[in-house]
Each structure stands twice: as structure tokens, then as C-alpha cells.
Design a protein around this ligand. Structure first.
Ligand code: PLP
Length: 377
């Protein structure tokens, strides 16, 4: 199978699997135990935290490990709103973009309704070759407690202009959170330079294991924990630590930032150049916008995306229509509609997302399959 669905998840790389294995077979102690097996696990946990902190340019006390990126996002949103709850006086609000992952959108909608906040959703408009920040700036006011905007969109790779949005949020004292799940390993990630208070990430998007993620919490930032009942993560997230997965995530993150994105960009660009053979039957979405180096969102005019996905799968190519979670449903991706595509355009859009493991030879093989499917009607 040729795997071009790396925004959904990435394969675990052998280097990462190798550093994880001992924590199941040999060093299986609980990091909270005082005997030597426990101490070995504690040492590994501490050194993984140090490694990850180094990768992100933050301190070890500013990181908590979570069960996934969705949990990190839930912790950021709900944990922040709870620090303002119950609130008296005028209704406070939180601002998110219209193209956030459901782990933000649905969590924000639920938490706002549950705790009495107003949810403001900034529409995505474009100004020149960038997302227009004006709709965000219009929604941020002195009653805004939280602004959460993703670093890069999972469906298209579109990179959002975070700096001016977070500058406006900071000016009114709002907490700034970014969902960087699609950023780590693809974009320069520096929460300090970006000035964010909270940043989520997830290991399985950068060749680490599924089921582990993390949240950067700026030193001094207030955040209510969601999981109670233990001293782990400085009482910010109870539960025996998943040592093997955390060690794997730190290793994967270090490898991800050490490995240049030039190779994956070349593969993606080669793919897009090869698509030119289809002329105007094919249109690349957001080609001239800031995008992650690995993503290509492509409209195959007059084609049904879901049908093409199945045919490509039969031809040995794994891709996705829009977001993985909306695949299998016949309605067009809400995210693509929010990014300005018509229903028809969204319905004929496929997402090809590459990784540093992919090659131009695989693109050639994919083109051979595509050539049989993309023909003028
Ligand atoms: N945020 C974004 C932008 C994502 O793409 C994803 C996963 O697709 C998530 C959050 C959720 O991460 P996880 O699968 O680790 O829960």
C-alpha cells in the first residue's frame, strides 16, 4: 500500500519503536514506585520530558503529557474556562476559528454552553495570499478570556496567521491556545516566540505512537486540571504515566525536528507538478497560500471524492477526503466549506498528505492509478 494519508496518522518508525520496547519488557515499573524498577521508569520519564522540552524550547515544568491531542485540546479549553467559572458580570467569551478540529470546535461549544460563556467563531476569509485576521480581531474584546486558533489545518495544510491574532488576544489579557497537532515536525514550533500560553500536540502525527500527546502550559498560566486523583504531572493530570509512549513521543519529536522538511516538500511539489498532466480537470486548493510542506488538497473536477477514494484504495493508494473523521460520510466536509469551497468543490476534493518516508517513485505509482480514473467525461 502506498500511504499518502499522513495528516490522519503516520506510521511508527523503527527508531521510535526501539526506544519504546524496553518499557514493556524490562523497565515496566511504575514511575511512582520507589524500588529500582520504578526509579528506572522515572528516570526515563524525566529524560523524555527534558528531550521534548528541548525540542520545543520550553522548560520541563511547562509540559504535561496527555492521552492524545484531543485530550490536550479539551484540557486547554475546559481547563481555561473553569478558571473563570463561575463568572459574574457581563458574559465572557471565547474565540475560535471556523476550521478548528472537532476536538476544539465541539469542546468549545459544549463548554461554553455548560459554563455560561459566549462562543464566537471567526469565519475564514482571505486577504491576498493569506487568511484575513480582521474577522478574528473584530471578535476579540475586553470580555474575551480565551482565543484558540489552530496552527495548521488538518484538511488542507493551510497555515494560520497566529501572531497578529494572539497579539490582539494578549492585549485584552486573554489566554492564547494553539492546536499545533498538525504543526510539529512540519513547521517551526516555538511557543515562546509565538507568545502562546497553551499549545497542544500529538505523537501519532509525527511518527510516534497513537494514544499519547501533550500540552505546553506557560509557566504561571492558570489552568484547572480535568483528571484528578494523583500527583502525576505536578497534580495537573492524574494517572500512571504511559512511560513507553511518552519515551517514544519524545524520540519521535526529536527526530521530526532534526529531519529537514525539504524532502517531503519535494515529494509534495513533485506530486503537484505531475498533476498538471490532467490540465483543468484538476485544481489544487490553496496552492498559493501558506501551507504545511506535506499537504496537498486537490479538487478532481466532475468526480465524486468518496468514489475516487474507494477506487484509489483498490489501486493501492491510501488517501482521504477532507478530515479522516468525515470520511465515509457523503456530506461535504464542513471544514472545506468554511474555507470557501462550494459544496461541489468540497465533494470532489481529496487530501493527499505525505510524510518524510514517502518518495517520488510512490508519486509515480499513484499517478499511474490516477490516470485511469481522471478522464474527461
Ligand atoms: N487537532 C488536529 C488539528 C488534528 O488533526 C487532530 C487529529 O487528526 C487532533 C487535534 C486530534 O488528535 P488525536 O488524534 O491525538 O486525538
Amino acid at each position: 500500500m502506498i500511504y499518502f494519508d499522513n495528516n490522519a496518522t503516520t506510521p511508527l518508525i523503527p527508531e521510535v519503536r526501539d526506544v519504546m520496547a524496553p518499557f514493556w519488557d524490562q523497565a515496566y515499573g511504575n514511575p511512582s514506585s520507589v524500588h529500582s524498577l520504578g526509579t528506572a521508569a522515572r528516570v526515563a520519564l524525566d529524560s523524555a520530558r527534558k528531550k521534548l522540552a528541548g525540542v520545543l524550547g520550553v522548560t520541563t515544568g511547562e509540559l504535561i503529557f496527555t492521552g492524545c491531542g484531543s485530550e490536550a485540546n479539551n484540557q486547554a479549553i475546559v481547563g481555561t474556562l473553569l478558571t473563570h467559572f463561575p463568572s459574574t458580570g457581563p458574559t465572557r467569551n471565547l474565540v475560535i476559528s471556523d476550521i478548528e478540529h472537532p476536538a476544539i470546535k465541539e469542546t468549545a461549544a459544549w463548554a461554553a454552553a455548560r459554563f455560561g460563556f459566549e462562543l464566537r467563531v471567526a469565519p475564514i476569509r482571505f486577504k491576498g495570499n493569506n487568511v484575513d485576521t480582521a474577522p478574528f480581531l473584530e471578535l476579540i474584546d475586553t470580555h474575551t478570556v480565551l482565543v484558540s486558533v489552530m496552527m495548521a489545518n488538518n484538511e488542507t495544510g493551510l497555515v494560520l496567521p497566529l501572531a497578529p491574532i494572539f497579539a490582539a488576544a494578549k492585549a485584552v489579557g486573554a489566554t492564547c491556545h494553539t492546536d499545533a497537532v498538525q504543526g510539529l515536525g512540519k513547521l517551526t514550533l516555538n511557543p515562546k516566540a509565538l507568545g502562546v500560553d497553551l499549545m497542544s500536540f500529538s505523537a501519532h502525527k509525527f511518527h510516534g505512537p497513537k494514544g499519547v500527546g501533550g500540552l505546553y502550559i506557560r509557566r504561571g498560566q492558570k489552568l484547572e486540571p480535568l483528571i484528578h486523583g494523583g500527583p502525576q504531572e505536578n497534580t495537573r493530570r492524574a494517572g500512571t504515566e504511559n512511560v513507553a509512549f511518552i519515551v517514544g513521543m519524545a524520540e519521535a519529536a526529536a527526530i521530526a525536528v532534526e529531519t529537514s522538511c525539504d524532502g517531503v516538500r519535494q515529494v509534495r511539489d513533485y506530486f503537484e507538478t505531475r498533476l498538471e498532466q490532467f490540465g483543468n480537470l484538476v485544481q489544487i486548493n490553496f496552492k498559493d497560500m501558506p501551507r504545511t510542506p506535506n499537504a496537498s488538497s486537490v479538487q478532481f473536477r466532475k468526480q465524486d471524492g468518496n468514489l475516487m477514494l474507494i477506487k484509489l484504495d483498490r489501486g493501492g493508494i491510501a488517501i482521504s477526503t477532507g478530515a479522516a473523521c468525515s470520511s465515509g460520510s457523503l456530506s461535504p466536509s464542513k471544514g472545506l466549506l468554511a474555507m470557501g469551497l462550494s459544496e461541489k468543490e468540497a465533494q470532489s476534493t481529496l487530501r493527499f498528505s505525505f510524510s518524510k518516508l514517502n518518495t517520488c517513485a510512490e508519486v509515480d505509482a499513484c499517478m499511474a492509478v490516477l490516470s485511469k480514473l481522471v478522464r474527461p467525461r
